[in-house]
Design a protein around this ligand. Structure first.
Ligand code: GLN
Length: 254
C-alpha cells in the first residue's frame, strides 16, 4: 500500500518535510512501519506536488522509480520551500501500470490528489461508476490504474461544482458500495484546505497552532500524532481540523 502525506503551514523545505524526519516519507518507501493490506516496500514510483510561495497552481515532480534511486529529488528538495505539499510513494497493485503518470499526485488546476489503497474487483466492479463519466475523461485517464479512475470520479464532481469534502465523500461511498472491501484513503488539496478519507487504511494527523500534517504513518515519535479512526472524513486547514463519519452524507452543493 502506498504512503502519502499532505502538509499546510509555514514554509518548509521539501527536504525538511520528506527526507529529514526519522520515519520520513522517503524512509517509508523502503522501511514502512505499517503495510496493512499487502506489499512490503513502496518502490513503484513517487510524486511530490507543491504550491509555489508566490502563488499559482502547484508544481509536480513524479517518477516511476523508487524515490531513493532518483538522482534529482534530493537536490530539488533541499532548495524548494513551500507551505503546502502533497506527496506519495507508490507500491503498485498487482497488474497495474508502473509509469510516471500512475504516481500521485494527480492534478488539475489548483487541485492535487492521491489514493492509498485498492479498488477490489478492478476493473469490473467499477464499470458502472466509470460509465457515469464523460467518455473523454475515460479516454484521457492518467494511467490504467484504480487510483487514476478515482481521481477522474472526484474531479468530475469538482468540475460540477461540488465542494471538496462532498466530492471525496461521495466518491468513497459510491466506490465502497460498488466494490466492497476496497481501501479508499484519498487526499485532496487546493493548497489551502486538505480533505482526507480514512477508509480501510491508516491515517495520522499532527497539528500545531499554525500547521497541519496528515500522513499514512507518523514520521517521528512526537506524541502529538493522532490516528484518525477508520470510516472518517477529515477536512483541515493550517489552523483547524474537522472530522465526520464518512457514512453521514453532508451535501454542500453550491
Ligand atoms: N492501487 C493503487 C495503485 O496501484 C494504489 C496502490 C497503493 O496504495 N499501494 O497505484
Amino acid at each position: 500500500m502506498c504512503r502519502h502525506l499532505a502538509y499546510l503551514g509555514p514554509p518548509l523545505t521539501l527536504r525538511e518535510l520528506l527526507f529529514d524526519p526519522p520515519y520520513s516519507l522517503v524512509r517509508q518507501s523502503w522501511a514502512p512501519r505499517d503495510m496493512r493490506g499487502g506489499g512490503t516496500i513502496n518502490a513503484d514510483g513517487f510524486g511530490v506536488g507543491w504550491y509555489p510561495p508566490a502563488g499559482g497552481d502547484p508544481v509536480r515532480y513524479r517518477r516511476a522509480q523508487p524515490i531513493w534511486s532518483d538522482p534529482t529529488i534530493a537536490d530539488l528538495a533541499a532548495v524548494t520551500s513551500t507551505g503546502a505539499v502533497l506527496a506519495a510513494v507508490r507500491s503498485a497493485t498487482v497488474g497495474m501500470a508502473v509509469v510516471d503518470a500512475a504516481a500521485a499526485p494527480f492534478a488539475e488546476g489548483q487541485w492535487l490528489f492521491s489514493h492509498n489503497g485498492v479498488v477490489r474487483g478492478w476493473p469490473d466492479s467499477v464499470v458502472p461508476l466509470a460509465a457515469t463519466l464523460p467518455v473523454r475523461d475515460l479516454l484521457t485517464l492518467d494511467a490504467t490504474t484504480d487510483s487514476a479512475l478515482l481521481w477522474a470520479l472526484v474531479r468530475h464532481r469538482l468540475r460540477a461544482g461540488l465542494s471538496p469534502g462532498p466530492a471525496v465523500a461521495e466518491t468513497v461511498t459510491s466506490v465502497a458500495a460498488a466494490a466492497p472491501g476496497s481501501r479508499l484513503n484519498l487526499l485532496l488539496t487546493d493548497g489551502r484546505t486538505v480533505v482526507a478519507s480514512v477508509a480501510g487504511h491508516a491515517l495520522s494527523v499532527r497539528t500545531t497552532p499554525d500547521s497541519v500534517l496528515l500522513a499514512s504513518e507518523p514520521h517521528d515519535d512526537d506524541p502529538a500524532w493522532r490516528e484518525v479512526p477508520d470510516g472518517h472524513l477529515v477536512t483541515a486547514t493550517a489552523t483547524g481540523l474537522h472530522l465526520r463519519p464518512l457514512s453521514r452524507p453532508d451535501h454542500h452543493r453550491p
